[in-house]
Ligand binder design. Structure first.
Ligand SMILES: Nc1nc2c(ncn2[C@@H]2O[C@H](COP(=O)(O)OP(=O)(O)O)[C@@H](O)[C@H]2O)c(=O)[nH]1
Ligand SMILES: [Mg+2]
Length: 220
């Protein structure tokens, strides 16, 4: 019985995720679910992508955090619509929260909604939130064994950005190991090597994100 309760929650989340997807599709808005550990560079990468994509797309952001609004302040400073989702300690975002928050945006004035998920390599991977696609980040200082230790995160993402590539030499980080393991659990994953600090690989990542946005909005 106890197990069934969790099962029902997951199924219910899937239903709500489908409803969010339908709602966004009716407004031609693409939702991008950005995942990764605390400090992996989610906010920095979203800011770098905004910089490269804001001339082409009307962008909004949902900033998920367990507490505080530091990241939402950074997005607000860019002059974009942003809503802070404070999970009050919960380790992931559920579709129901996104469904609720969509009311805060004028969806007809948006093309893309980035969601910065809660910093965590475990539970956020389990919950679809109505996304068109996922972008997972793994940063070099976290270590090159993380795909083996947290496979679901990397099995369920559409792209993996290995961030803080500028630090690779300092950490003896084996990116070939990460890529091979990611392809082992997810043969179709697209892998990027980026530095959200010095700009390495970000144009390529932004091009890929733009292609996925266009595909999901039926533009191409
Ligand atoms: N060296 C280096 N530092 C980075 C890079 N990307 C982000 N950082 C730094 O890592 C820290 C955490 O970044 P943040 O974007 O807040 O990570 P988040 O917690 O995943 O949103 C900040 O001090 C960033 O300046 C990178 O590519 N290289
Ligand atoms: Mg952040």
């Amino acid at each position: 019985m106890e197990i069934k309760v969790m099962h029902q929650v997951m199924e219910w989340n899937e239903d709500v995720s489908d409803a969010v997807k339908a709602e966004l599709a009716s407004h031609k808005v693409c939702l991008v679910n950005v995942l990764g550990s605390p400090g992996a560079g989610k906010t920095s990468t979203i800011v770098a992508l905004i910089d490269r994509l804001r001339e082409k797309y009307r962008i909004g952001v949902i900033e998920g955090d367990i507490a505080g609004q530091i990241d939402a302040d950074k997005i607000h400073a860019l002059g974009l619509p942003v809503v802070q989702l404070d999970t009050d300690g919960a380790c992931h975002i559920e579709a129901m929260s996104i469904q609720h928050i969509l009311k805060e945006f004028d969806l007809d004035s948006l093309d893309v909604l980035f969601v910065e998920n809660i910093g965590n390599l475990v539970c956020p991977a389990e919950f679809n939130i109505g996304e068109s696609f996922r972008l997972a980040l793994l940063s070099v200082p976290e270590g090159d064994d993380k795909v083996e230790k947290y496979p679901l995160m990397f099995a369920t993402t559409d792209a993996l950005a290995i961030n803080k590539y500028d630090l690779k030499e300092y950490f003896g980080f084996d990116d070939a190991r990460v890529e091979a393991n990611a392809r082992g659990v997810n043969p179709d994953v697209t892998v990027f090597r980026v530095s959200s600090r010095d700009g390495l690989g970000l144009d390529e990542l932004a091009d890929w994100v733009a292609q996925r946005i266009d595909a999901s909005r039926g533009v191409c």
